[in-house]
Design a protein around this ligand. Structure first.
Ligand code: HEC
Length: 153
C-alpha cells in the first residue's frame, strides 16, 4: 500500500513537471511569434543613412530651408525617413521613376499610400510650385551624393 502511494505521488509530480514544461514551451512559442511579428512591422519602416554633398547649389540651399519647414517632419532630416514618411533618398525616387512632376503633384494634391505602410501624404498647399522646385533641387543633389541617379523604368 505504502509503495503504491509513493508511486502515485511520483506520477503526480511527473505530470506537474511535464505540464510545466509544456506551458513553458507554449509560452516561448507565443512570445517568439510576437517578437517576429513586431520586428516584421518595424522593418517596413525605412530610414537611411544619408551622405551629404560637399556643396549645394544656391537653389538647393534655399530648398533645404523649405524642406525643413514643410517636409522634414515626415520625411526626416535630409529626407532620411521617419516613422511617418519614407526616405526620399531611396532608389524608388530616382528621377527616372519619380520625375520632378511627381514632387510637384505630391505637394499640390497629396499622395495616396501605395509604396509604403505609412498611410497617405496630405497635400501641402502652403508651399508654392516655385518653392517645390527649390525643394526638388535639394532632394536631387542629396540623391546624387548618395549614388541615386536616373534609371529607366
Ligand atoms: C504628414 C507627413 C508628410 C509630409 C508633411 C510630407 N510628406 Fe511626402 N509623403 C508622405 C508619405 C507617408 C508618403 C508615402 C506615400 C506612399 O507612397 O505610400 C509620401 C510620399 C512623397 C513622395 C512620393 C510621391 C509618389 O508619387 O510616390 C514625394 C515626392 C513626397 N512625399 C514629397 C514631399 C515633399 C516635397 C514634402 C514637403 C513639401 C512632403 N512630401 C511632405 C508623408 C508626408
Amino acid at each position: 500500500m505504502k509503495k503504491r502511494g509513493r508511486l502515485r505521488a511520483m506520477k503526480k509530480r511527473q505530470r506537474i513537471v511535464i505540464l510545466a514544461v509544456i506551458a513553458w514551451v507554449a509560452f516561448g512559442v507565443v512570445a517568439g511569434l510576437a517578437i517576429v511579428s513586431l520586428t516584421a512591422e518595424e522593418s517596413d519602416v525605412v530610414t537611411v543613412a544619408v551622405a551629404l554633398p560637399a556643396t549645394y547649389s544656391q537653389e538647393a540651399q534655399a530648398g533645404e530651408g523649405l524642406f525643413k519647414a514643410n517636409c522634414q517632419a515626415c520625411h526626416g532630416p535630409n529626407a532620411s525617413g521617419t516613422k511617418l514618411g519614407p526616405p526620399l533618398i531611396h532608389d524608388i525616387y530616382n528621377p527616372g521613376h519619380h520625375s520632378d512632376e511627381a514632387f510637384y503633384l505630391a505637394a499640390a494634391t497629396g499622395v495616396r499610400a501605395h509604396h509604403w505602410p505609412y498611410g497617405d501624404m496630405p497635400a501641402q498647399p502652403q508651399v508654392t510650385r516655385e518653392e517645390v522646385g527649390l525643394i526638388i533641387r535639394f532632394v536631387r543633389e542629396l540623391q546624387e551624393a548618395n549614388g541615386i541617379v536616373r534609371k529607366a523604368y
